[in-house]
Design a protein around this ligand. Structure first.
Ligand SMILES: NC(=O)c1ccc[n+]([C@@H]2O[C@H](COP(=O)([O-])OP(=O)(O)OC[C@H]3O[C@@H](n4cnc5c(N)ncnc54)[C@H](OP(=O)(O)O)[C@@H]3O)[C@@H](O)[C@H]2O)c1
Length: 287
């Protein structure tokens, strides 16, 4: 089973230097959490950060510019990187990893966020014994409310595990997997999950329109409702089933809707089929 963040995995030091290869949408969002101090947490020292990307998007360039970090094609680092985040698309990974191999030292941790690229795929291109952590983040890392599942190979030390846990925690919730085969289900639930919630918001708004609301008002109600319900689940320990029961009076309006959503042909079998399709596709993509 998956072990959610252990308290004793709280690092005191961090990686130095850090190399990021490919700072696009996802790695850029992660970097914004790593660089920006929040809730008493110190950000990563920008002087220890080196970024290589030929085409970072404008907002990532703005973020890096704020910290005087200039992306370059291939940089001289003061020492071998202690952490390399590989943030390129899966289809260019092989070439990028081959170029990286000569820069990896026994102290380097390679952190990959590429969907569908297994630890075994990644390690093929790197020196024998390279420490690798494979991650599946989701897009809410952009607002530091992400969900990131991690799996490490046997060469990752306890200290590296603690340090990466600390860094990734700055982007939201972290869960360590103990088996890489869980990655397909994780991808289906949390990796792709934000899109399902956005679709739910669209459906809820459309249904409001059919009840006579204007599109603008219906979308405002829908977004605020999902945002508020999400915040309640984040803030309270109360399980979602209890939160649902708390707002459902017998014979009331919520109960009338839930009778439809929770019947045998309601939402549960649809979600089940959707997650099964996504997990199957994830398996196919990882070969
Ligand atoms: N987006 C998501 O929801 C999500 C979720 C989980 C995991 N991921 C993973 O995150 C990774 C990045 O996805 P993304 O959406 O952030 O893609 P992206 O915005 O295209 O970012 C990739 C960046 O890498 C750059 N790049 C390409 N070749 C490079 C090279 N040889 N050296 C250095 N940089 C290079 C690209 O520049 P150019 O644009 O000039 O090519 C681009 O700026 C993928 O592996 C994806 O599977 C994404």
């Amino acid at each position: 089973m998956m072990s959610i963040l252990d308290d004793d995995l709280t690092g005191t030091t961090t990686f130095n230097p850090v190399l990021v290869v490919g700072a696009g949408k996802m790695a850029g969002a992660i970097l914004s959490a790593w660089l920006e101090p929040k809730d008493g947490r110190e950000g990563l020292d920008p002087e220890t950060l080196f970024v290589e990307d030929p085409g970072s998007p404008e907002d990532v360039l703005d973020l890096l510019g704020k910290y005087d970090v200039v992306p370059q094609a291939r940089q001289e680092l003061p020492a071998a990187p202690q952490l390399v985040m590989v943030g390129v698309k899966p289809q260019v990974m092989d070439g990028v990893l081959k170029d990286l191999a000569s820069r990896i030292s026994p102290e380097t941790l390679v952190y990959s966020i590429a969907a569908g690229r297994t630890i075994s795929d990644i390690s093929k291109h790197l020196p024998e014994g390279t420490a690798i952590v494979r991650a599946m983040p989701n897009t809410p890392v952009m607002v530091q409310s992400g969900m990131t599942a991690l799996i490490a190979n046997e060469f990752v030390s306890t200290e590296q595990r603690s340090q990466i846990n600390d860094l990734v925690s700055s982007t939201g919730t972290v869960a360590w997997l103990d088996n890489e085969s869980q990655m397909d289900a994780v991808t289906a639930v949390s990796g792709s999950g934000p899109a399902y919630i956005f679709w739910l918001a669209e459906c809820l708004a459309k249904a409001g329109e059919r009840q006579g609301l204007s599109p603008e008002l219906a979308m405002t109600l829908s977004k605020a409702t999902i945002d508020g319900a999400g915040s309640m689940m984040g803030l309270f320990d109360t399980p979602p089933s209890q939160l649902r029961e708390n707002v459902t009076s017998k014979g009331g309006t919520t109960a009338a809707a839930l009778d439809v959503l929770m019947n045998d042909e309601g939402l549960a079998p649809l979600i089940d089929a959707a997650i099964e399709a996504a997990a199957k596709r994830s398996k196919e993509l990882s070969g």
